[in-house]
Design a binder for this molecule. Sequence first.
Ligand code: F6R
Length: 609
Amino acid sequence: MCGIVGYIGNKEALPILIDGLKRLEYRGYDSAGFSVLNGNGIMTEKAVGKVVELENKVNGKNIKGSVGIAHTRWATHGKPSERNAHPHCDCEKNIFLVHNGIIENYKELKADLEKLGHKFSSETDTEVLAHLIEEYAKQVPWEEAVWRTLAHVQGTYGIATIKADDPERIIVARNGSPLVLGILEDGFIIASDIAPIVRHTDRVIYLEDGEMAEITKEKYEVINFKRKKVAKEISKIDWTLEEAEKKGYDHFMMKEIMEQPEAVENSIRGRLVVGEGIAKLGGLRDVAERTRHLKRIVIVSCGTSYYAGLVGKYMFEEYAGIRTDVEYASEFRYRKPILDEETAVLAISQSGETADTLAAIREAKNKGALTLGIVNVVGSTIARETDAGVYNHAGPEIGVASTKAFTSQLSILALFTLFLGRQRDMSYVMGKRIAEELEKIPELIKTILKQSGEIKKIAKKYSSFSNLFFLGRKYNFPIAMEGALKLKEISYAHAEGYPFGEMKHGPIALIDKNFPVVAIATKDSVYEKTMSGIQEVKARSGKVIALATKGDREIQKMVDDAVFVPKTLEMLTPLLSVVPLQLFAYYFAVNKSLDVDKPRNLAKSVTVE
Ligand code: F6R
């Protein structure tokens, strides 16, 4: 968690740093700070709250300097406060440092440093880094002191550090937390991801774990943990600044919901060969012989990506005939998973940086499984560490609540199903049918988005309720879970997602007129069963909002409110049924005047365990 930015060049650093922090706020926003170097030393400012608080605090102050580092925090060690906000510094206020990650052995290091006389001024794990560098820098040059410090550290970090008495350099290093270096015409910008960089340049270098870079105004040098210089490849960013901005919507979340037709189209473009009923996945080309002989797939992911994985299980088992298990990455990594060479472990991750998913993939690799990824952020750690994979191409997702990444993940899972199914016994006819229906999905999503006014009214009607159920069966059971997650994370209402059939085994006891049910009741193979479930809820005075298939008049008579989605192949219904639930959660939260893009206690990219 947390976002870091650094700048060195010929321009004023502060505006670049503040702008960069704003673009990284999705990674954390409980406090922020910066340090800027000029000829007279280092100026540091910190503020609790969002970056705008920091910006307001320094507004009108004369903070000059063309070298600086900055940080937006999501607290792990120590509560959100100015004291705990980064940058942190050594005793002499000479070395300043920002950090994203967790130093696991900080308590021991801190105790040792205190014995040596170091005085700490925060409760953070990060501060030990500044003091340890200070300690080593008494004997060796700064860069060597950074190396020695990092050699003693257990945990994860992306760091950027500056030094008052060595003002022409920034030193950065990474292990487990992302760092990207943007190459400008007259300097460099370093950041946790490309969002702060994209408006300045499209030329970047992705640092790898174990690498450190020394950056001056004129040049950079990357060194690996063996102290060897590394010739890094310069990559080109293909996201535009405009794509990363709100395009006139009040919130990124709404913009991203509305972008779903395009996101799904981009995910399937060039990959779906409708006439042949196949999916061409260039990212799987090198492992195609292995995927042909796979006996099992284990999907590992978290949160919304986990629910996408659950839909993937239904798809893979029904159409590709491959046994599929879906695991919370945070559990998988602590179990003793039984894996072999005929198993593929498939990570699904929007950010490509989720610590639990990354750890699960590393464990799977150790055990000899083929590792695959469905990742949105190009060049992210999971994308780089998996043996093969498919990028979403959904564009940047900034809103903390995942929306377009989810429908994009579902469309990639449908492509995977085609790919794996056609390597096995899926017929041409079935392959063609899936491909034809998948190709229509973007247009069908557009028809749902046109109903946002209706959904807004329904959300308003229910927004005073503090408990809601989301129920669905088969392909729509994961969508019920996702609908509940969307609502709880942005509106703070208590929402429970359940498989409809489970309701009668306990949760039905909760149903009364104050506990409405959102029932996903599309016309599919489990429609009749779902209708019986709705009757059971109605018989207990429960209010029902149904998500039904267009043209279903029968359901409209039974329920309190209904939203309709077009008909598609059963396996693709989740791509449609989730959209009204995203809109429902959005309007429900907006009606409560909540900041949907930055819900409390959350961060977009969970790079801690
Ligand atoms: C919910 C949400 C989270 C993420 C989860 C995994 O709206 O965004 O539940 O889905 O933290 O993140 P990624 O997909 O980046 O691995």
